[in-house]
Design a protein around this ligand. Sequence first.
Ligand SMILES: Cc1cc2nc3c(=O)[nH]c(=O)nc-3n(C[C@H](O)[C@H](O)[C@H](O)COP(=O)(O)O)c2cc1C
Length: 178
Amino acid sequence: MEFSKLLEERRSIRKFDPEKKVTADQIKEIINAAIQAPSWKNSQTTRYYAVVTPEKIEAFSAACLPEFNQKSAAGAALVVTTFVKDRSGFDQEGNPNNEVGNGWGYYDLGLHDENFILKARDLGLDTLIMGIRDEKAIREFLSIPEEELLGAVIAVGYRAINPDKPKRKTTDDILKIF
Ligand SMILES: Cc1cc2nc3c(=O)[nH]c(=O)nc-3n(C[C@H](O)[C@H](O)[C@H](O)COP(=O)(O)O)c2cc1C
């Protein structure tokens, strides 16, 4: 898909078609796009945990998401994003390179996730990034080790609605040119 069209078409979707299921192969294709993202010294600390089987999705959603996100994500596969802490933005001795610390790990994860959601749309799929989720419950459900910090849960499915684009700021609002 043409890039500008892709940017315009991507939306956060809060109603998915329950009849159309996302496959593990589709998730793999999306993750392969996420991997192409840049990262601090190519440290590549982002990790993904994909829940794709319907029974597991249901159990995961009930245990790990607040009700409003459970409702929005119904019918979609759920992908948990994490990164290995204390590497991106850190030197060989394990000291942070600057004041951002593990913020660089979150930065890298965000770059991966942007590739993720755009690739999903490119494949005709849609996404909802969910930052409101139960960290402890997710860690336990998927046995995520303490070395990894949690990012968002991303719902991936087929849109059942076409929402309007939420208003955006203008370039004048956010850009200062010197
Ligand atoms: C880090 C992050 C966390 C978000 N968390 C949630 C969430 O928990 N639930 C939700 O419905 N939307 C969530 N969103 C979606 C935003 O509300 C949405 O991206 C924004 O309103 C712009 O709409 P658009 O994605 O359609 O352009 C999140 C988005 C981001 C980037």
